[in-house]
Design a protein around this ligand. Sequence first.
Ligand code: MN
Length: 484
Amino acid sequence: MSLIQGATGEWEIVLGLEIHAQITSQSKLMSGASTKFGAEPNSQVSLVDAAMPGMLPVVNEFCYEQAVLTGLGLNAEINLVSIFDRKNYFYPDLPQGYQISQFTDPIVGPGVVKIELPDGSFHDVGIERLHLEQDAGKSIHDLYPSQSCVDLNRSGVALMEIVSDPDMRTAEHAKLYVSKIRTILRYLGTCDGNMEQGSLRADVNVSVRRPGAELGTRCEIKNMNSIRNIGMAIEYEARRQVDIIEDGGTIAQETRLWDVAKGETRSMRSKEEAHDYRYFPDPDLLPVVLEQSWVDAIKARIPELPDAKHGRLMRQYGLNSYDANILIADPENADYFEIVAKGVDAKLAVNWVTGDLFGMLNKRGFTIETSPIKAEALGELVGLITDKTISNKIAKQVFEFMLETGDAPTKIVEEKGLKQVTDTGAIEKAVDEVIAANPDKVEQVKQKPKMAGWFVGQVMQATGGKANPQAVSDLIKAKLGLED
Ligand code: MN
């Protein structure tokens, strides 16, 4: 399943990921400048971020807390002593001439993340480390024909680099892993996970080998900011490597880019040009020494994480794993569902949330937070179905009216007279009329009992869809002498 077929036999893909996640914080890692997205270029740059001579960095304690919280959420070890290093390289968007990062002693050590595969089985992905570092600025080459510009707003923004072990074997694994990391960070509130804005981006290391053989030479695909593209880039890159090896060539270790338009990876820089970063401890920053009690206090703040929520939703509401997975993808989804499900049929509630509601949100360009139908209102609607005031079918009409008018479902049902008719006298009258009007069908249904559904449809139509379908069906069967 996880192997790819080449001309000379099967190959195994080996994948390791480095995820850069922007920490949710008001100010930068080493300065007080704002991190707000979308500001005027160079309007959020302190003297530290611009690397003016003599400026001294000061560690943002909140960013440190966020990194520790993330490490705990990834079931990882927290290192009580961590050290900031300078990673030296020259680039126009890096005014310091080095990035402050952590090399020998990162804040977070080994951990593990569990992904659930489509067949319901689980796969563990090891986390090697998580370190804190500064983001660089941004070079802009397409604003003027003969000039390049630099925007330093992003310079110095706090990043967590999460490095996985080479534990993934398929593009699907990598996609699930990124999605799981993103979900965990969003639950923790340590990164907003907005991939379009670049808050979360991944470098993907791809190599191929014969099953069970030594690791092959890897290529790194840089700066992927869409889960879908990650999947496509891996499949393209693995196939490219297999073809080269099978043609007698060797893989050159290099950094590659994914070209979205062409659907291919292409070389960015080879190992010969690779940087020697000459890391050394930043002399402006002391080692960070944490107290265990400080870490424990952060641990006490961890909210219910996706895996735990998944299990609880299944136990508490009797949901299947598939539905639970849809709900936990976003903490807001699960919160919304739990409000809807209060005191109503939970299976009905999950169908309404993941079906009608999500469909409407998608179609109209809303998110769960901006939904025009609030959880309490949808809960009221599902309650009306649960207690048989209206049928599921009428509820779909009420849902539309709710969207149109913003009125409460109970009010709509009252005003429009949509209450389900459970009064057997009224239903019986309608049933008798349909039977009397269709003697030929009555003959047919006695041969083919499945045709009873046609009578139910007629009666439902005659009652404007308000009759209780089960009551109608029972009455028709009784009147026509059909077995159940
Ligand atoms: Mn990095």
